[in-house]
Design a protein around this ligand. Structure first.
Ligand code: G3H
Ligand code: ZN
Length: 283
């Protein structure tokens, strides 16, 4: 069923695993991620950036597509449709009214007081609709769609205050992670993560999940990280298969013949992440 993230993440937090957020780009992603979740008996979060929603034809199209595929595939595990890096109250409201079950309001680039004000407004509307809310502090490095920045760590005291004053369900404190591939090994602020986990009182989110070594994933989970976002890794594996198939078959024109195999690659990648995050057999 379609659900918010709240119960999913609180349960993950208590039982020391993380639920993956896997970003959607088109129909094949919806099919692949839902298949992976069902086979692994894992909860899953379908992440939708504003850019990806525009590409797919809008929030209503995304919700209709996800609901139809869930019905066609007989999905029984808990699934959330989550707005990734929502840029304003208006965008979050649109997603909520279209049927998203979760939203992220990313006002991390604004001064703290503005972040609190915008996030509070989103929480008020979202909770009225049973929709969960994620907020961010600090800056994730790298670039994803419309979101870019250079690494800035979240402040521990601000994390505590943001949760208390807004009532968010989960918090993404930027602590050195990057959207897209890492240059060398990631250098995550685990000391800060541990501190924030002690004072925040909500499950934490790790953005930029592509390219983080398993040992760091496990450490992050032990410091209260209950949601890990992955987008680039699926895109890399999908593109690799499309290139291989088209290179090997220069006359191929039927998209089903190259998107089909790449869909399997996405599914296998998602299954690998679910096992790594410990969410398999938890639905
Ligand atoms: O919000 C989405 C993520 O943080 C994805 O990061 O593309 O590096 O896996 P990634
Ligand atoms: Zn992100």
């Amino acid at each position: 069923p379609l659900v918010s993230m709240t119960e999913m993440l609180n349960t993950a937090n208590k039982n020391a695993y993380a639920v993956g957020q896997f970003n959607l780009n088109n129909l094949e992603y919806v099919q692949a991620i839902l298949q992976a979740a069902e086979e692994e008996k894992s909860p899953a979060i379908l992440g939708v950036s504003e850019g990806a929603a525009r590409y797919m034809g809008g929030y209503n199209v995304v919700v209709a597509m996800v609901e139809a595929v869930m019905e066609a595939q007989g999905t029984t595990v808990p699934i959330a449709i989550h707005l990734d890096h929502g840029s304003s109250f208006e965008q979050c409201a649109k997603a909520i009214h279209a049927g998203f079950t979760s939203v992220m309001i990313d006002a991390s680039h604004d001064p703290f007081e503005e972040n609190v004000a915008t996030t509070s407004k989103v929480v008020e509307l979202a909770h009225l609709h049973g929709v969960s809310v994620e907020a961010e502090l600090g800056t994730v490095g790298g670039q994803e769609d419309d979101v870019s920045g250079s690494i800035m760590y979240a402040d521990t005291a601000e994390c505590k205050e943001l949760v208390e004053r807004t009532g968010i369900d989960t918090l993404a404190p930027a602590l050195g992670s990057v959207h897209g591939p890492y240059q060398g090994e990631p250098n995550l602020g685990f000391k800060e993560m541990e501190e924030i986990n002690t004072v925040a009182g909500v499950p934490l989110v790790l953005h930029g999940g592509t390219g983080i070594p398993t040992a760091d994933i496990q450490k992050a989970i032990s410091y209260g990280t209950s949601k890990i976002n992955v987008n680039t890794e699926n895109q890399i594996q999908q593109a690799k298969v499309v290139r291989e198939v088209l290179d090997a078959n220069p006359d191929m024109i039927d998209p089903r013949k190259y998107l089909g195999p790449s869909r399997d690659a996405i599914k296998e990648t998602v299954i690998g992440k679910m096992r790594e995050f410990g969410s398999s057999n938890k639905a």
